[in-house]
Design a protein around this ligand. Structure first.
Ligand SMILES: Cc1cc2nc3c(=O)[nH]c(=O)nc-3n(C[C@H](O)[C@H](O)[C@H](O)COP(=O)(O)OP(=O)(O)OC[C@H]3O[C@@H](n4cnc5c(N)ncnc54)[C@H](O)[C@@H]3O)c2cc1C
Length: 390
């Protein structure tokens, strides 16, 4: 019987890991990966770190031979522009059509931009390899940078720019960096880390205007401050890359809506990675972090093949962020609204447990890898907070 096999749309971690997992599960049918990027699929975490600092020039996930060796048809530089879920076909940007038995949506995120800033040269985002190279190029000639938004991307970009010797102002409308995710108390410790490394952290203030003649020159804050800037980094979040799915019958709401195995509202259509909003009984996740992709793939692929998964998507989520000489790690689902127990703080490294309803919901550490990872079983078991505070 002729089979169309699995078509995976997206050229990032989720796409490659899905193809790998299908072959590991001994799926023998055709696999096609369709990416709108021309590079071989690559890893993104180094883009705000080693790549931006010029310490690495490639982060390819698998070499070209891998795809040929596993009989994976990798189509680069030609994105998907639509799906007909009734006849199970994807249309590509060049007008060609691919039939599928299963379709995997793995299109990731598109960084937010701020239209009112105009298209001045020197306003950068960091999502793709090319974005990182452009910012690296700007940084080589820049004396002053303004980073707008102190989420993970903004904080990492600020840290790397400082390492390159650029003067950095980090602007964040929230009361502290990362406050929306980790709460104000831990956000203040992150601010302290940046200040100790020479960053001018301005919290609780927004950006009113970016000025320049052709190229960015000045950032005007809502408190009236005017900051000179040779380059501006926008770290103001990202949106799921779902525009190409408009009107095709796949339900989208802050990402592609899925059950807890990645099934979407359309038959034989799955979604995974940053673009996917997995949900089930009382548990909703759209996570924009690396390890989550790997976990989801291990749950989704067996379900796609009609097998039982040995993995559980509800394992405590984990992510890390490298800033200066510390690794900030988060395990579980810490939230800004939790009660935070700061149990270690030497002025640089710290460890905090997050309590919700009397239970250990998450742990956040800077330079405390053993203790963060050591809390995994207790978080998974929903242990009472008293168990880690003794
Ligand atoms: C700069 C940066 C630093 C990060 N650092 C960390 C970190 O330190 N720790 C951590 O846990 N996580 C980190 N992450 C997050 C992690 O990299 C992501 O969770 C991961 O890349 C998600 O993989 P994905 O495949 O879902 O999406 P992506 O990696 O975004 O891949 C999506 C791919 O789909 C392509 N695509 C989009 N639309 C189409 C279309 N219509 N047709 C075909 N292809 C399309 C895109 O071009 C892209 O190649 C970082 C992310 C970034 C951007």
């Amino acid at each position: 019987m002729v089979t169309n096999g699995v078509v995976i749309v997206g050229g990032g971690l989720a796409a490659v890991r899905t193809a790998e997992e299908l072959r590991r599960e001994e799926y023998a049918g055709p696999i096609t990966i369709v990416s709108d990027e021309t590079r071989l699929p690559y890893d993104r975490p180094p883009l705000t770190k080693e790549v931006l600092r010029g310490e690495r020039d490639e982060t390819t996930l698998e070499p070209q031979e891998f795809y040929a060796g596993h009989n994976i048809d990798l189509r680069l530089g030609c994105g998907a522009r639509g799906v007909d879920t009734a006849v199970q076909e994807v249309t590509l940007a060049d007008g060609s059509v691919l039939g599928y038995d299963h379709l995997v949506i793995a299109t990731g995120l598109v960084p937010r931009r701020i239209p009112s800033f105009g298209d001045l040269d020197g306003i950068r985002v960091v999502r793709s390899f090319e974005d990182s190279l452009l910012l690296r190029g700007d940084a080589a000639a820049a004396r002053r940078a303004v980073v707008i938004g102190a989420g993970f991307i903004g904080c990492e970009a600020a840290a790397s720019l400082r390492k390159l010797g650029v003067e950095v102002v980090l602007v964040e409308p929230q009361p502290a960096p990362l406050a929306a995710v980790l709460g104000e108390q831990i956000g203040e410790l992150v601010a302290r880390l940046h200040r100790a490394n020479g960053v001018d952290v301005r919290s609780g203030v927004g950006v009113a205007e970016v000025r320049g003649a052709g190229r960015v020159e000045t950032v005007v804050l809502t408190d009236g401050a005017e900051l000179e800037a040779d380059v501006v980094v926008l770290g103001v979040g990202s949106l799921p890359a779902t525009e190409w799915l408009n009107g095709c019958g796949v339900d989208v709401d802050n990402g592609v809506l899925c059950d807890l195995a990645g099934r979407t509202s359309a038959p034989n259509v799955w979604a995974v990675g940053d673009v996917a909003f997995w949900r089930g009984d009382g548990h909703q996740v759209r996570v924009e972090h690396w390890s989550n992709v790997v976990t989801q793939v291990r749950v989704m692929v067996p379900a796609m093949l009609g097998r039982e998964s040995l993995h559980d998507v509800a394992v405590p989520p984990y992510f890390w962020s490298d800033q200066y000489d510390v690794k900030i790690q988060c395990l579980g689902e810490p939230a800004a609204t939790d009660t935070v127990h700061l149990v270690e703080d030497d002025g640089h490294k710290f460890l905090a447990y997050y309590e919700r309803d009397g239970v250990l919901a998450g742990v956040v550490g800077a330079g405390r890898p053993g203790k963060v990872m050591g809390a995994r079983a207790k978080i998974a078991a929903g242990a009472p907070i008293s168990e880690v505070l003794t």
